[in-house]
Design a protein around this ligand. Structure first.
Ligand code: SF4
Ligand code: SF4
Length: 294
């Protein structure tokens, strides 16, 4: 005998996804993002070199190759169009973009210094490749080349506003590499960029990245800036130590600084930073016994 179908007219309701279901599905990703960001902030607050490198490795492995979660110029396009994703199903995007914006206003390009997977990759390359390979870009050339990224940002934004062609991002950003999906010319271009980065440290971030340029512009609002001593106008130790060309005499260029901590560790070093030696010298001078007058 043929059994009648349970619901021949299709009157049974489809199960409706509740808000709790939507949120629950995002909890693991949100928890892991929060754990990564906590690591990044602790490494930043403590100015710890091992924790910074742990953060960079996590940025490449987890944020890059596992999740491909990076802020991109396409997120700037979204803001231009005010075409934001649905809040309840995109908590990760809102959380990540929110932290990036707020941290940039508070500390400058913190995102570039340790959160962005591509920036982390080139910093790790710089740490493992022989220092003898490095080519130091002459300072006047470096200062001019730093403007290229602002030109790229202006050009790509103008192109997007005129055409609304989102795919333009792949010509100005290599972040697609973390998805391992790209055309042959894209991989060849990426190969050239990475080989060049082996000789010129952080080449893409310093000179070409339109997102880095956008964050640099926003960094002009930085609330908590790096402290400088009065001696910094003549001493050039930290200027030479900065791998990002972000120190010019007494000035820190907030558009270039990625809060890598290198100069701040130097300021705190009472053996290396002349500020402390001068203080020490002045203190000793004050307690020196006066030469008795005969
Ligand atoms: S400059 Fe661009 S690639 Fe470099 S760390 Fe910043 S966002 Fe990433
Ligand atoms: S060395 Fe100092 S000025 Fe240079 S990028 Fe690092 S934190 Fe910024």
């Amino acid at each position: 005998m043929i059994q009648p179908e349970a619901d021949p007219w299709g009157f049974d309701e489809e199960p409706v996804e509740t808000l709790a279901d939507v949120l629950q599905a995002q909890v693991p990703d949100l928890a892991l993002l929060a754990a990564f960001l906590v690591l990044a902030f602790i490494s930043f607050r403590r100015k710890s070199v091992p924790l910074k490198y742990a953060t960079l490795v996590a940025a490449v492995a987890y944020m890059g190759f596992t999740k491909s979660t990076l802020i991109s110029i396409t997120d700037v396009f979204r803001l231009v169009d005010w075409d934001l994703p649905v809040f309840r199903s995109s908590l990760l995007w809102y959380g990540f973009a929110g932290v990036t914006l707020v941290s940039t206003v508070l500390w400058g390009r913190f995102y570039c210094g340790r959160v962005c997977a591509f920036g982390a990759l080139t910093q790790l390359m710089d740490a493992v490749l022989p220092a003898t390979w490095r080519v130091e870009v002459p300072k006047p050339l470096e200062a001019r080349a730093a403007w290229i990224k602002f030109g790229v940002l202006a050009g790509v934004l103008a192109y997007y506003v005129a055409t609304h062609n989102l795919l333009v991002y792949q010509y100005v950003e290599p972040f697609w590499m973390f998805t391992l999906v790209g055309t042959t010319p894209m991989w060849v271009g990426l190969g050239v960029l990475l080989v060049a980065s082996a000789f010129v440290r952080n080449l893409y971030c310093r000179f070409l990245c339109p997102l880095g340029a956008a964050l640099g512009v926003l960094s002009n609002l930085t609330v908590f800036r790096i402290r400088r001593w009065s001696e910094c106008s003549t001493c050039r130790i930290c200027q030479k130590a900065c791998e990002w060309g972000a120190i010019q005499g007494p000035k820190i260029l907030v558009t270039e600084c990625v809060r890598c901590d290198d100069c701040e560790r130097l300021y705190a070093d009472q053996q290396k930073c002349p500020h402390w030696r001068i203080l020490d010298y002045q203190a000793k001078k004050k307690v020196l016994p006066l030469t008795p007058v005969r």
